[in-house]
Design a protein around this ligand. Structure first.
Ligand code: AMP
Ligand code: MG
Length: 425
């Protein structure tokens, strides 16, 4: 190492924003997760109101699904022992069974019953031959050949869900499929966790509400809208407290108010080291600061702590940093508080189409556009300029490019990890 290299490595320059006091994102996750205790108190809700809610207790099946052994196809029900081992065989059609209208007669060996999909299997039968595999053999008779096996085309009672089994475990966030499963069990209500209450406000003397005129140096409060949108999607109870000015006294008042009403308090802005950045000091005064800096870009100034019984997230002011830190740290915390556990985003590997400048020593989260249909596997391109104030870089993106601490600059053609924003929503 040359002397100049040694100096460069040892002395952070003004242009170098690496920070030995900043917490690695994995450590931040661990410390936040350790404090996120699921909210107590289950509530009964109607099935239609259960979507996206988190089960407070296991759902145990009161019955078999299907409830009765039934046909999987339209065809003819018969006894497997009546199937011809070779050649063909003719059978008398003794009647019909429809979904909802079981066969009313008595089945006898050597006979079959015309049966529709979902109809209960007549007593004595255990096999269904598809309509398409049957030939007519005169009035009330059919002919079958030897390509069938006993038990085919039948759905057994309880083969989907057995009575008394746990169908959906506590902690599960209910999906449309789960709602259907509960309906198939005849359950009209379910016990879920109460929603997590989240209060949030923006901080900054420069912030103006949408609709108000902008004075010199003012900006519109966009974080209020991105935060609202991200929270709303998670099914939490959202308490929007607007804007608080850059005043320690006003922040202290807002902190007392919000900690009493919410499980989580989220602010944006005022967490850096500028003259108007009071969040850390006020939190230290009124609550407890757990950490104040992340080894992450964007999102380095980030204050996490406790405010009474509430968890406190002081997000940076920069609009992109708000979204990145919310998705990577706040959203999983809200999942854990809701009772669903801490869930990391789904990731996949993709080839970077271009160079992504990056310095080792901190985690970086670039915004990308994924081409998952590209020949030769998924590719990803950054959404142009990545400044943390450029919200369009977020709005154009459909994924994050997650660049770990140890990673240096990514060259075109190298593989990176991406977290897509959405699959089926
Ligand atoms: P701060 O973290 O308070 O120093 O803010 C960093 C940058 O983000 C500044 O340019 C602020 O004007 C901007 N900013 C802070 N809060 C908001 C907000 N709610 N909406 C839009 N921009 C914001
Ligand atoms: Mg500010």
């Amino acid at each position: 190492m040359s002397p100049s290299d040694a100096i460069r490595n040892a002395t952070p320059s003004c242009a170098d924003d690496s920070d030995p006091g900043a917490l690695a994102i994995d450590e931040a996750r661990r410390r936040i997760a350790a404090l996120a205790v699921p909210v107590a108190g289950g509530v009964r809700v109607a099935l239609r109101s259960a979507l996206g809610r988190v089960l407070d207790a296991d759902v145990v099946s009161p019955r078999d699904v299907p409830n009765h052994t039934n046909s999987a196809v339209d065809g003819y029900a018969l006894a497997g022992s009546d199937l011809p081992p070779s050649g063909t065989r003719e059978l008398t059609v003794a009647g019909a069974a429809l979904a909802g209208t079981p066969f009313a007669g008595r089945w006898q060996a050597g006979a079959c019953v015309r049966i529709m999909t979902g109809a209960a299997m007549p007593a004595g039968t255990d096999t269904v031959v598809m309509q398409e595999h049957v030939d007519a053999a005169g009035e009330g008779r059919i002919r079958i050949d030897d390509r069938h096996r006993p038990g085919q085309n039948v759905r057994q009672a309880g083969e989907d869900i057995a009575a008394h089994s746990v169908v959906l475990p506590a902690g599960r966030r209910l999906t449309p499929a789960d709602m259907g499963v509960m309906a198939s069990l005849g359950l009209g209500e379910v016990t879920v966790h109460r929603p997590v209450r989240v209060a949030f406000f923006s901080t900054g003397d420069e912030l103006r509400a949408v609709g108000d005129p902008l004075g010199p140096g003012d900006v519109y409060d966009s974080n209020r809208y991105t935060l609202f949108g991200m929270l709303e999607r998670l099914g939490v109870e959202v308490l929007d407290l607007g804007v608080v000015r850059d005043s320690a006294a006003e922040l202290a008042r807002a902190f007392s108010r919000t900690s009493a009403m919410a499980d989580v308090v989220i602010t944006s802005g005022g967490v850096s080291v500028g003259e108007a950045d009071h969040i850390g000091a006020v939190l230290g005064d009124r609550g407890r600061v757990e950490f104040r800096k992340l080894a992450m870009k964007p999102g380095r100034p980030f204050t996490f702590g406790r405010l009474g019984d509430a968890l406190f997230f002081g997000l940076p002011g920069n609009p992109v940093a708000v979204m990145v830190t919310f998705y990577l740290l706040v959203q999983p915390t809200l999942g854990q508080l809701a009772g669903a556990g801490w869930q990391e985003p789904l990731t996949l590997r993709a080839t970077s189409t271009g160079r992504i400048r990056k310095r080792p020593g901190r985690f970086e989260c670039a915004r990308g556009i994924l081409d998952h249909a590209a020949a030769g596997g998924p590719t990803v391109a950054v959404t142009g300029s990545q400044g943390s104030g450029m919200l369009t870089s977020m709005s154009r993106a459909d994924c994050f490019i997650l660049l770990p601490e140890s990673q240096g600059t990514v060259e075109a053609g190298e593989t990176v990890t991406v977290a897509p924003f959405a699959a089926f929503v």
